[in-house]
Design a protein around this ligand. Structure first.
Ligand SMILES: Nc1ncnc2c1ncn2[C@@H]1O[C@H](C[S@+](CC[C@H]([NH3+])C(=O)[O-])CC(=O)[O-])[C@@H](O)[C@H]1O
Length: 322
């Protein structure tokens, strides 16, 4: 495990990062010890069985595409598809590996299109994505010529999916660390910090925003995407047990409230650059994610409401500087 991160260590210049990296192996060893059983063990075996192939095509665009279809024979194609299916459900994508299209639950490319015109150029930047899922957006950040991209996400399945994709393009400048935001020291080192789809899962949203701030270098840019509700700066929805069937949803502020929070925490110039309802075309069940999806989370008679009667998912992108 530690060896996986050797290229990561080598590219780190800042002292704070260097210090963190000294403690990281112990953190990861602890994580690995906890994780070495059950599903994760099975997923690790899947990764070990992925064949080495010749990858002459690397396309970082709406579909992250590694390897041409005709670079592998039919037997290899079936084998790779079988192995990738062992890592279902695939939620964030789409990806295409040697012609095998991984049609994920989410069209994560749509989210990228909503925010991309509004953020500072990522060229030559150090970028962190907190709660990066399977890492789809990490590849988009690399497409945008970021110098170094690291995502963190504690999900063992997302980590395994990321490693499966990276197997076909082992770019030393793109990393996913299997840790949560509470495990990250205050690095104050990144030029841009993304956090998309995580804030509403946090019990203490202001503390979380402060954690994001302390990952940025002074002047760095925060790109935040989260569920919001309509309302003024005093409006925040704290749903009951479930919101759109999700159990772990805590705070859904209005855009005005969120900008107010960011200002209170000392972020500069917070602004809403996009606010859109999630459609059942953007989030849906597919052959690679066969469970329930957005259509099942909405009131069947009124798609403007969730099944619990709350406003249907509305997502905003907010940009601010430290
Ligand atoms: N403490 C934590 N620290 C870091 N990540 C966490 C934590 N807790 C949960 N997560 C991770 O946050 C991600 C949220 S999903 C957004 C994915 C991507 N960003 C997207 O915009 O498509 C949206 C959703 O599940 O509603 C999951 O991958 C969790 O594992």
């Amino acid at each position: 495990m530690t060896d996986l991160f050797t290229p990561f260590y080598q590219q780190i210049a800042s002292n704070r990062l260097a210090h963190w990296l000294q403690t990281l192996p112990a953190q990861l060893a602890h994580w690995q010890k906890d994780a070495l059983h059950g599903d994760f063990h099975r997923w690790q075996k899947v990764l070990a069985q992925l064949p080495e192939t010749s990858v002459s095509q690397i396309e970082l665009s709406d579909t992250i595409r590694f390897g041409l279809a005709d670079a592998i024979d039919e037997g290899q194609r079936k084998r790779i598809e079988y192995l990738l299916r062992q890592l279902m459900p695939w939620r964030k994508g789409p990806f295409n590996i040697h012609g095998i299209q991984i049609d994920t639950e989410w069209r994560s490319d749509w989210k990228w299109h909503r925010l991309q015109p509004h953020i500072q150029s990522l060229k030559h930047r150090f970028v962190l994505d907190v709660g990066c899922g399977s890492g789809y957006h990490l590849w988009r950040m690399r497409e945008a010529e970021a110098d170094f991209v690291v995502g963190i996400d504690p999900s063992q399945l997302f980590y395994s999916q990321f490693e499966a994709i990276k197997h076909f393009n082992p770019d030393p400048k793109v990393h996913l660390l299997p840790i949560g935001c509470d495990d990250l020291p205050e690095l104050q080192a990144f030029d841009t910090v993304f956090s998309m789809g995580v804030l509403y899962h946090r019990r203490s949203p202001l503390e979380f925003l402060q954690q994001l701030k302390m990952q940025l270098r002074p002047g760095g840019e925060l790109v935040l995407e989260t569920l919001v509700v309509e309302g003024d700066e005093h409006t925040v929805l704290v749903p009951g047990e479930r919101y759109a069937k999700m159990r772990n949803v805590w705070f859904i502020p209005s855009c005005a409230a969120l900008c107010h929070w960011l200002k209170r925490l000392g972020f500069k110039n917070p602004r809403v650059v996009d606010c859109s309802h999630t459609s059942v075309q953007e989030q849906r069940a597919t052959a690679w994610m066969e469970n329930e999806s957005l259509i099942d989370f909405l009131d069947p008679n009124d798609h403007s409401k969730t099944i619990e009667g709350y406003p249907a998912p509305l997502r905003a992108v907010i940009v601010a500087e430290r």
